[in-house]
Design a protein around this ligand. Structure first.
Ligand SMILES: [Zn+2]
Length: 128
């Protein structure tokens, strides 16, 4: 297995950043249409010094409602971090290089195929 070259990594990074932008737009739209009124109300009721706390609380609460999109955003954030610190492409679980073909399909994945299927098995057992 050959190490990904810098151009490939840059391409992956661009794709992740693009995806992240799109997801945030979708998330914002979803917030607006689902809980827009309550959001505005809480914000206008907040006093200045509490604003920031209220905003982050709202973001936290509402992002929790966004489920899969939030998970994907987090996965993308982490992948971008790994690109920054040079650990991108290594499996978070076993430390082995993740197949390049797999990264091209799912650039945000932190796991190799084996570890992913293992984790999915556990997740399925756990959510029942
Ligand atoms: Zn692994």
């Amino acid at each position: 297995m050959t190490a990904p070259n810098p151009e490939k990594l840059q391409e992956i990074k661009d794709r992740l950043v693009e995806r992240k932008k799109r997801l945030w737009l979708e998330v914002k739209e979803q917030l607006k249409s689902n809980i827009g009124a309550g959001y505005q109300e809480m914000l206008s009721a907040a006093r200045d010094e509490e604003d920031q706390a209220v905003v982050s609380l709202l973001a936290e609460t509402h992002l929790a409602l966004l489920g899969p999109k939030r998970q994907e955003l987090e996965a993308i954030e982490e992948a971008l971090l790994r690109l920054e610190n040079g650990s991108y492409g290594l499996c978070e679980e076993c430390g082995q290089p993740i197949e390049w073909r797999r990264l091209e399909i799912m650039p945000e994945t932190p796991l190799c195929r084996n570890c992913m299927s293992y984790r999915e098995k556990i997740a399925k057992a756990g959510t029942r």
